[in-house]
Write a protein that binds this ligand. Structure first.
Ligand code: NAP
Ligand code: 8YV
Length: 309
């Protein structure tokens, strides 16, 4: 019997090809009337591949067994509802650690040295008439990592290689880690030159980087967010960047992606990126392969490789 699975959005081509080889794949986003399609066919669907599954979709798929998510963060999946319905949920951890850590370091240097702005300076023919200016060096600075998890640890290694001091905040101290632990995020921000956000999104971290945290980071402080926009009080961030209360920000993620408040575009002290943390061929292929491997394991009756529920 061919197993029928559902996509609700486009996936990476290599991932879609691998799914199509193994399963009968239905694409809800290509249906003229998705609700009518669900009413007629929803009961045949055993798996969802992609991301962003809420309780109403689970209700429309009464025989759903597994949600295989593309990405490590699963804040856009209602895991509580999934658990209540005995639906398994998998994600794609670890295979993206290096790519995200690389982008984080890249954005941190880009912000400190104003690399995007200097590129524009040269392209716009301004160099013959002016010097671009002097900026900040990361060597010897302290980076506070909010979320010293799988990716956070890879960022720490790279920051140390750049002769930075690493400190961290999380819900608990990690005794095997050599870095100083801060129980209080405001205190860590006050003692840090750069604050890197790499903790999960969701209710537990909503606006955890508050106005108070940003103010503690201060007029010379740099915020680097590669986690989720929801972790930051975005209006406060914007205001502090505009008024000099915060030194700068490098942002890969935003509260309402892909919409970015236009006021950011006018600021010289920001570096913006369209959620590119894991966006390399190598990493995205590995994420797709892990998504498929989780589905294969499930339908073979084997243990899941990376289950969150
Ligand atoms: P992880 O291994 O689970 O690490 C998460 C870290 O956050 C842990 O150290 C955890 O420490 C800390 N944390 C969790 N809840 C917290 C809270 N309420 N307050 C403070 N710290 C908390 O996750 P990961 O694989 O490194 O991924 C982290 C996140 O990065 C993902 O969830 C995703 O949202 C984001 N991400 C973004 C991109 C991108 O493209 N920009 C790519 C991949 C991932 P404690 O348990 O000690 O609190
Ligand atoms: C996205 C990410 O999932 O893994 C995560 O949590 O944020 C990213 O890797 C990826 O951009 C696919 O949408």
């Amino acid at each position: 019997m061919t197993i029928e699975i559902l996509q609700t959005g486009k996936l990476l081509a290599s991932c879609e090809a691998a799914l199509a080889e193994r399963y009968a794949v239905h694409k809800l986003h290509e249906q003229a009337d998705p609700n009518a399609w669900l009413a007629e066919n929803g009961a045949r669907i055993l798996a969802h591949a992609g991301s962003g599954v809420q309780a109403d979709l689970m209700d429309a798929l009464p025989n759903l067994e597994i949600i295989a998510s593309f990405g490590v963060g699963y804040d856009n999946i209602d895991t509580k509802s999934a658990k209540a319905r005995n639906i398994r949920v998998t994600n794609t951890p670890n295979v993206l650690n290096d790519a995200v850590a690389e982008l984080t370091i890249g954005m941190m240097i880009a912000l400190a040295r104003r690399i995007p702005q200097s590129d524009q300076f040269v392209r716009q023919g301004k160099w013959p008439n002016a010097n671009f200016g002097l900026f900040t060096e990361l060597t010897g600075k302290t980076v506070g990592i909010l979320g010293l998890g799988r990716i956070g640890k890879e960022i720490a290694v790279r920051a140390q290689a750049m002769k930075m001091r690493v400190v961290y905040h999380g819900r608990k101290r990690q005794p095997s880690e050599p870095h100083i632990f801060y129980e209080n995020l405001v205190d860590m921000a006050r003692d840090s030159d750069c604050l890197v956000i790499i903790a999960p999104g969701g209710a537990g971290t909503d606006r955890i980087v508050s106005r108070e945290v940003l103010t503690a980071l201060g007029p010379k402080g740099m915020l680097i967010n590669v986690a989720r926009g929801t972790l930051v009080d975005e209006p406060a961030l914007l205001e502090l960047l505009q008024t000099g209360g915060l030194g700068g920000a490098a942002l890969d993620v935003f509260e309402n992606e892909p919409q970015v408040p236009e006021a950011f575009f006018a600021l010289e002290n920001v570096v913006l990126s369209p959620h590119q943390g894991s966006a390399t061929h190598q990493t995205r292929d590995a994420m797709g392969a892990l998504l498929v491997a989780n589905l294969d394991a499930h339908f073979a009756g084997e243990p899941l490789i990376s289950a969150v529920v």
